[in-house]
Design a protein. Structure first.
Length: 175
């Protein structure tokens, strides 16, 4: 006997990818979709860094495995019944960086560039907490998304003093 066409298990397994290739496609996303995409890439990062399953990473990021597959599915490979993240990706993301002009929003393409921005913010946070200028040296002259990353301790201290830096949220979610 043939199975009905709309068998529930088949419907659940079909995830429509929402691939964002650039700023115009990103700006067309609704705020809820942007937040869901942000959470999906957070889960993907968990999978890569902590080597956890899709289900565990999604739970930690506050989303579902299906949402991760929808927004970050091009960065996942299926191995048997498990989803495994690719080593890197070329996905678009809008992020905030600290440049010599202050905090600016840039277009970032790729997981390696996103990691560089994250390491830069971590270095700034460590510098702010300890005063260790050595953590900033590796970012001297470094550019991401067309912006040169700030590495001058005096300049960073001035931004900290004026409270222009919000280290907690480096991903741009509003238009």
């Amino acid at each position: 006997m043939a199975r009905p066409r709309d068998y529930p298990a088949e419907r659940r397994s079909r995830t429509v990818l929402k691939v964002v290739r650039g700023r115009s496609e990103y700006e067309r996303l609704r705020p809820r979709e942007r937040e869901a995409r942000h959470n999906a890439f957070e889960a993907l990062s968990e999978m890569r860094n902590e080597r956890v399953s899709l289900r565990v990473a999604a739970r930690r990021a506050g989303t579902t495995p299906e949402t991760v597959r929808r927004y970050a599915g091009q960065s996942l490979v299926r191995q048997g019944r498990r989803y495994v993240p690719t080593a890197s990706d070329r996905s678009y993301q809008r992020m905030s960086v600290l440049s010599s002009d202050g905090v600016v929003d840039i277009d970032v393409r790729g997981s390696r560039a996103r990691s560089t921005v994250g390491r830069h913010w971590n270095a700034i946070q460590r510098f702010a907490a300890t005063g260790d200028v050595g953590v900033l040296r590796s970012f001297a002259g470094r550019r991401v998304g067309g912006a040169e990353l700030a590495s001058d301790p005096d300049q960073i201290e001035e931004f900290l003093r004026r409270r222009e830096i919000d280290i907690d949220d480096i991903y741009v979610t509003a238009a």
